[in-house]
Design a protein around this ligand. Structure first.
Ligand SMILES: [Zn+2]
Length: 280
């Protein structure tokens, strides 16, 4: 063997002995969409439960909201789901666009589902998602009138299907953010809800239709009850919570509320795992 050939062979051996640079673990391909409405069944079958174990389900209502869309209670949790799905690594189930809003039924465009129809329907949706293999169901509720029923059916489904369910009422969770951004309390279709919707649907906000007298303070507990309600802008506290229509506040509020909800979801799943409850 001539020297140059020997040298070449040695060089190849020496090169191949050098360890290959450490490769970063292959990160999963980002999903084209996280919406169950848009994924096909084969895609969902590949993702759940092998790759994704959490689902966000917006529950809303169709009812008057001051000078913002009647579908606010659907649009808000839907936008929230889209904003946080990646961060919490979840799919997004379609929104339940109808809820229980009997006291607002008199207003144009409102639709109210009676409890004896709503509760089993909501329960069946959650139960089906559990049967599909989701271990964490995050109910993003947009409407206070649904809360009691959603809490009750969620406890039933969690125990029957041995899965974990979190019901989030974002406007209450974000109480301190409302007070920080607007320097006062909020209201139904007030500063907080108006700002949240204005952040992503400014074209459907109607300040030109707004008058402060459209708002009324909510009745102090047990003091009185009006059916139908007299105002679709219900102030949590007298004299506070009027819509501001300020785009900068809207942007900040939207961001901070979404961050808060994402943090709660991540923290809750961590705590369930730590407690070892319904871990599969
Ligand atoms: Zn609302």
């Amino acid at each position: 063997m001539c020297k140059p050939v020997l040298f070449a062979i040695l060089a190849v051996i020496a090169w191949s002995a050098v360890p290959a640079p450490a490769q970063a673990p292959a990160s999963p391909k980002p999903l084209a969409t996280r919406e169950m409405n848009l994924l096909c069944w084969q895609e969902i079958g590949e993702l759940v439960p092998a790759r994704i174990s959490t689902v966000l389900v917006p529950f809303g209502s169709l009812e008057p909201h001051g000078v913002i869309p009647n579908g606010t209670d659907n649009l808000a949790p839907e936008a929230m789901a889209r904003a946080i799905a990646e961060r919490v690594d979840a799919l997004i189930a379609p929104t339940l666009n109808y809820g229980m809003t009997a006291s607002m039924k008199a207003f144009p465009g409102a639709v109210s589902i009676p409890e004896d129809a709503y509760a089993p329907f909501a329960e069946a949706v959650l139960r089906n998602l559990a049967d599909q293999g989701f271990r964490n169901i995050i109910v993003l509720n947009g409407h206070g009138g649904n809360t009691a029923v959603l809490n009750a059916v969620s406890v039933r489904v969690a125990n029957a299907a041995k899965i974990r369910i979190l019901v989030v009422n974002w406007w209450t969770l974000a109480d301190d953010i409302t007070k920080a951004v607007f320097k006062q309390n909020g209201g139904h279709a007030g500063n907080n809800e108006t700002a949240y919707i204005q952040a992503f649907l400014p074209q459907h906000i109607h300040p030109e239709r707004y008058k402060p007298e459209m708002a009324s303070p909510n009745a102090p507990a047990g003091a009185y009850m009006a059916a139908p309600v007299t105002s679709s802008i219900g102030l949590y506290e007298k004299g506070q919570g009027y819509p501001t229509f300020d785009p900068a506040q809207a942007k900040e509020y939207f961001q901070r509320v979404n961050d808060r909800v994402a943090e709660l979801v991540i923290e809750t799943i961590k705590k369930w795992d730590l407690a070892g409850v319904y871990v599969k």
